[in-house]
Unconditional design. Structure first.
Length: 92
């Protein structure tokens, strides 16, 4: 019984490898390149909301039109951001 247990646990144990910066860098690069499109779409979503919301805020300060410029800017930012997100993630 103990020989069988030793054989089974020996198969499950990972090889003891030392840390390697080159393997870690390659793994990070692979993950970043695989997630590139999704990450870009999420940055576009956040960026469009911030930029267009900020422009709406500046229009409000310039024209004195209370919350309407900000609301329109945020709405446009959400629309543009989600459009880019769907365009990136939708299967072709």
């Amino acid at each position: 019984m103990s020989a069988r247990l030793a054989r089974v646990t020996g198969e499950m144990v990972k090889k003891n490898r030392s840390f390697s910066f080159s393997r870690s860098a390659k793994s990070l690069q692979d993950n970043a390149s695989n997630a590139g499109a999704a990450a870009g779409a999420s940055y576009t979503l956040i960026g469009s909301i911030i930029v267009l919301g900020g422009l709406g805020y500046l229009v409000d300060k310039w024209q004195g039109s209370a919350p309407w410029g900000l609301m329109v800017g945020l709405a446009l930012g959400i629309i543009v951001g989600f459009y880019e997100l769907v365009k990136t993630s939708w299967p072709r």
